[in-house]
Every structure is written in C-alpha cells, then in structure tokens.
Design a protein around this ligand. Structure first.
Ligand code: NAD
Ligand code: TDX
Length: 337
C-alpha cells in the first residue's frame, strides 16, 4: 500500500504520518508539502530515518508537479491535509486560502481522476457549519447541518468540500470527507490558541484572549483525529461525510486558565483584546454517525490530553523556539535548494 499525505509537514498531517508509520510499518508513505510558514521540516526528522518514508517538496496547486509525482508513485490512497489553516490570517488576506484550499484541492481531485487513484480523502473542518448559539447546549453539528461559513478560511474549506462531493457525484471519484473539531497536541504551530498560550506563558508574556473568552470550541487530541481518518479510509462509505469530535467543549478562558494553572503562572498574564471579526460563538460536534458506522470513539480525555500537550512543549523547547526565532525557515530554504 502506498499513501500520499499532503500537508504532512504541518501539525495534523505530521501526526498522521507518524500514526501510519507505526501502524502500517510495511506500507509506503509519501509526504507532499510546500513548506509554507506552517510547514516545518524538523517536525519530520524521525520520519526521514524510516525506509518507507519519502518527502516531496511541492505545491498542491502546481498541476505539472502533482501529475509528475503521481506518475512516479502509483498511489493507493491520497489524504489531503494541505491547507492554509489559520482563521486570523484568512481575515487579513483571503487570497492564498482560496488558491491552496480550493484550487489545490481541485488539482488533487483532477489528478486522482486522471491517474485512477482508488481512494481520496479530504480533511475538512467543523467550521463549515458556522456557529451554534451559546445558550443552546442541546444543539450540535450533524452531517445534515447546513453549510453556513463565517470566515474566508471556512468558506474556502466548504468550497473544497463541495468540489469533492461534486467529483464523486459527477465522475464517480471514490472519496470520503471528515469534518473534525479543534485539534491539539504535539507539533501544533504556536499561532493557534493552545500552543500560543503555552509558549507565551512560559515566556511570561501577555496571553491575548479575544473578546470575553466565552467562545466555545470542541477539543480533540490529534491522535484521535488520526484514528478517525484511518477508520474512515478502512470502513467508511464512498461519497459520505463524517463528523469527528469528542464532546469536549470548553470556553477559551477555561483553556487559558488551565494552561496557566498547569504551568504555575499567574492569571494576571491574561490580556483581553478586541474580538476576532466574525468570531464564531460555539462549535460542537455530534459524532454519532462515525461511531455507528465504524465504531470510532475518541480515547483521550481533555484533562489527560492537555497535560500531555503541555509536557510535550516543555520537553521540546528547540522545536518551538526555532519557530519563534524564525530560524526554522533557514532549514526550509536549504532544503528547497
Ligand atoms: P497546518 O497549518 O499546521 O499545516 C498545513 C500544512 O500544509 C503545512 O505543512 C503547509 O506547509 C502545507 N501547505 C500549505 N499550503 C500548501 C500547498 N499549497 N501545497 C502543499 N502543501 C501546503 O494545518 P493543520 O492544523 O495541521 O490542519 C491540517 C488540515 O486539517 C487542514 O486541511 C485543516 O483545514 C484541517 N483541520 C484542522 C483542524 C485544527 O484544529 N488544526 C481541525 C479540523 C480540520
Ligand atoms: O490569540 C488567540 N486568542 C484567542 O482568544 C487565538 C489565536 C485564538 N483565540 C480564540 C479564537 C477561537 O475562539 O481561541 C479559539 C481557538 O482559536 P484558533 O486556535 O485560532 O482556532 P479556530 O479559529 O477555532 O480554528 C481551528 O479549529 C478548526 C483551526 O485553526 C482550524 O484550522 C480548524 O479548521
């Protein structure tokens, strides 16, 4: 079995590559990544030692390159993690979000079709459903919830989802889609809430909480997301969408206080800042379908997962200090020559 993982130098893609290398030690994994600011070649250093791992530096929007890669390797599965993923950046400048997330997905779909790849999986997000109100804890996103996006990021991800579904319906492309809630764990870029707060608290810098910190996210430990995707690829039904989440809803301020408590840092570091534009109030996934269909359930409770995550950042200062200093970009430049 030979799998292509796009965006594998990023947070979830790299965790998925390690998951695959451990679970299927005989299978081949090829990572295609453009090493944008969010990709980090150091993240994959343990994978480079494995005989069955190959890294390809390239952009999913580059049709010629993607076709060449597919000719070189005959892929059995393509799993698309590659994306611009940060909502705040999409508010600053939507353009690259449309290019990578929509047109990049189109290139991958076209190439899968042209080369007859037997399986394509699109890694999507619960953000395509927009927001739920804070005062209706009984409401959850199901796969039937209408798409109603808030940010340029979520609009681009929703567009990609629709394209994937269209390629299934029109051309019979064998696809599945997962829509997961907020991930946390090792190798997450320190612009996202949890690693940002950990790294800033360690440096005794102010922790910027948007608005009143009352927005709710449904958190999932990254390994549980990996096992869900693997399950969908093994047991899912072609053409279907699966929501992935674990009933782990927390307010942002709860997350920030938990991190400060675990690190023994004062709450005076919290700094309330102006709210994100179009800030979604609450995300909450109903994971009933994936549980019924393939028996998947998350295994890591938030209290355990957040401790593991904080410990990982404490144990790997080189990884994130290299990012904060910008030094990690030098390795990327050397690598791309
Ligand atoms: P990330 O930003 O950490 O990583 C993205 C990776 O994609 C990087 O390695 C980057 O270099 C690569 N990339 C970007 N543009 C590329 C291009 N044009 N060609 C090739 N590679 C490119 O993102 P993440 O948090 O790991 O998210 C991965 C996927 O999961 C995304 O599709 C995202 O929408 C989705 N998702 C993320 C979350 C979350 O909580 N982080 C939740 C649900 C779904
Ligand atoms: O500095 C901050 N202060 C703050 O209060 C940051 C970066 C975030 N926040 C808030 C905004 C959100 O309510 O924390 C919450 C989480 O923010 P992010 O980490 O930026 O994640 P979110 O916007 O929820 O989107 C994430 O989950 C869904 C990922 O970045 C997406 O890629 C994924 O699709």
């Amino acid at each position: 079995m030979k799998r292509l993982v796009t965006g594998g130098a990023g947070f979830i893609g790299s965790n998925y590559i390690y998951y695959l290398l451990d679970k299927y030690p005989e299978d081949q994994v090829v990572c295609l990544d453009a090493l944008t600011y969010a990709g980090n070649i150091h993240t994959l250093q343990d994978a480079f030692g494995r005989h069955n791992f190959t890294f390809a530096l390239g952009d999913i929007t580059d049709r010629d390159f993607v076709e060449m890669l597919f000719d070189e390797h005959s892929f059995d599965e393509v799993i698309n993690f590659a994306a611009e993923s940060h909502v705040d950046r999409s508010i600053e400048d939507p353009s690259v979000f449309l290019k990578t997330n929509v047109l990049g997905t189109q290139v991958l779909l076209d190439t899968c079709r042209k080369k007859g790849v037997p399986r394509y999986h699109q890694v999507s997000t619960d953000e395509v459903y927009g927001e739920l109100p804070l005062d209706r804890p009984d409401l959850f996103f199901t796969e039937e919830t209408p798409i109603r996006t808030s940010s340029p990021y979520s609009a681009s991800k929703a567009s990609a989802d629709l394209l994937v579904q269209a390629y299934h319906r029109t051309y019979g492309l064998p696809v599945t889609i997962s829509r997961c809630s907020n991930n946390y764990g090792p190798y997450q870029f320190p612009e996202k809430l949890i690693p940002l707060m950990i790294t800033r608290a360690l440096a005794d810098q102010p922790l910027p909480v948007y608005g009143k910190g009352e927005n709710v996210r449904d958190w999932i430990y990254v390994e549980d997301h990996c096992s869900a995707i693997d399950g969908i690829l093994r047991l899912g039904t072609l053409g279907e969408v699966y929501n992935v989440g674990g009933h782990n809803e927390k307010t942002n301020i709860h997350i920030v206080r938990t991190i400060l408590g675990e690190l023994g840092k004062p709450e005076s570091l919290i700094s309330y800042v102006p709210d994100r534009l179009g800030h979604d109030l609450r995300y909450a996934i109903d994971p009933g379908k994936i549980h019924q269909a393939i028996g998947w359930l998350p295994t890591v409770f938030f209290e355990e997962g957040i401790r593991k995550t904080i410990k990982w950042y404490l144990d790997h200062p080189d990884w994130w200090e290299n990012i904060l200093s910008g030094d990690y970009r030098q390795a990327q430049e050397l690598f791309s020559r």
